[in-house]
Design a protein around this ligand. Structure first.
Ligand code: FE2
Length: 300
């Protein structure tokens, strides 16, 4: 027979574990952990002898207390120590959440990101939240957002359906950056029935002028089925690995492909996609099983 005392112990224990788990997912994992996740690959067609280390940061979602300017600065200092040839930023600098004690102005978070340094530069694309939080950009249905301008102002290269050729030790490669695939919110106010993307994959890749390998930056991984084999590697963020992930699966992923592009290195038809679990949180300040991470990719 279960006594009242046993029952209270059981309830108390359950409550304590729930509190501990909640504390972990609400405070410890989003705030205190920072992983460096490493990948090494030689994509088909990669130039022999071209060794390139890419450091990628995604989904910063600047806001207090979860992602303060000082925390962004500290992440950037750690990223600088990873020996990257090139640093890329995969979008969603804007808050994206209501549980905040203070919003951080774009001039503040961009100043923290300006700490980033790499021999071949720092290069950025936008995410959906950078568009969604800019009402003027929503009204205009295009152009630039406050995030495009803030990053450009601190000398970071911003890509909106653009490809450029870079070289390491005389060996070339292309860096292509896609504009956001979910940039424009639907609604009467904006005179749009559906969410609209501003991405132009064909127009971006048309700028690639020789046979050197291509790295594509695309905030949302959903573009991947349309990416041709010509692209050696696609780098994405956006999913945060679902923010809750266990046993290699994420139950809630903001992707029309569900768990397929939730996290990590995905290879389909010899094409590679790496999805970063990102650094911040959106909707709610929760992370479980997918700690904030800096991604390092060694190509060659
Ligand atoms: Fe996003």
């Amino acid at each position: 027979m279960i006594t009242r005392r046993d029952f209270m112990k059981f309830v108390g224990g359950g409550f304590a574990s729930a509190m501990a788990l909640g504390g972990y997912a609400f405070a410890f994992e989003p705030l205190a952990r920072l992983n460096v996740t490493r990948y090494a690959l030689t994509p088909p067609g990669w130039t022999p002898g071209l060794k390139l280390r890419v450091v990628a940061l995604a989904d910063i979602h600047a806001c207090e207390p979860w992602m303060s300017a000082s925390r962004i600065a500290s992440i950037c200092r750690q990223a600088n120590d990873l020996g990257g040839d090139i640093t890329v930023l995969l979008g969603d600098y804007a808050t994206g959440m209501n549980f905040v004690t203070r919003y951080i102005h774009s001039s503040e978070w961009s100043k923290a990101l300006a700490i980033l340094q790499a021999p071949l530069g720092v290069h950025a694309v936008m995410g959906n939240h950078d568009w969604w939080e800019d009402k003027t950009a929503q009204r205009n249905g295009g152009g630039t957002t406050f995030a495009h301008r803030a990053l450009s102002d601190v000398g970071i290269n911003v890509y909106s359906n653009r490809a450029i050729r870079l070289e390491k030790d005389g060996q070339g490669f292309w860096l292509a950056g896609l504009e956001d695939q979910r940039a424009l919110i639907a609604g009467k106010k904006w005179k749009r029935k559906h969410i609209q993307g501003l991405d132009d994959l064909d127009g971006t890749l048309a700028q690639v002028g020789d046979s050197d390998p291509v790295i594509l930056l695309a905030h949302e991984p959903d573009i991947f089925p349309r990416v041709p084999t010509r692209v050696a590697l696609t780098l994405s963020g956006h999913t945060h690995g679902g923010q809750v992930r266990f046993l290699g699966h994420s139950p809630m992923v903001p992707s029309r492909f569900g768990d397929r592009y939730a996290y990590g290195h995905v290879i389909e038809d010899d094409r590679s996609l790496i999805i970063s679990g990102g650094l911040g949180c959106s909707i709610a300040p929760i992370r479980f099983g997918v700690p904030p991470e800096i991604v390092v990719v060694d190509l060659g």
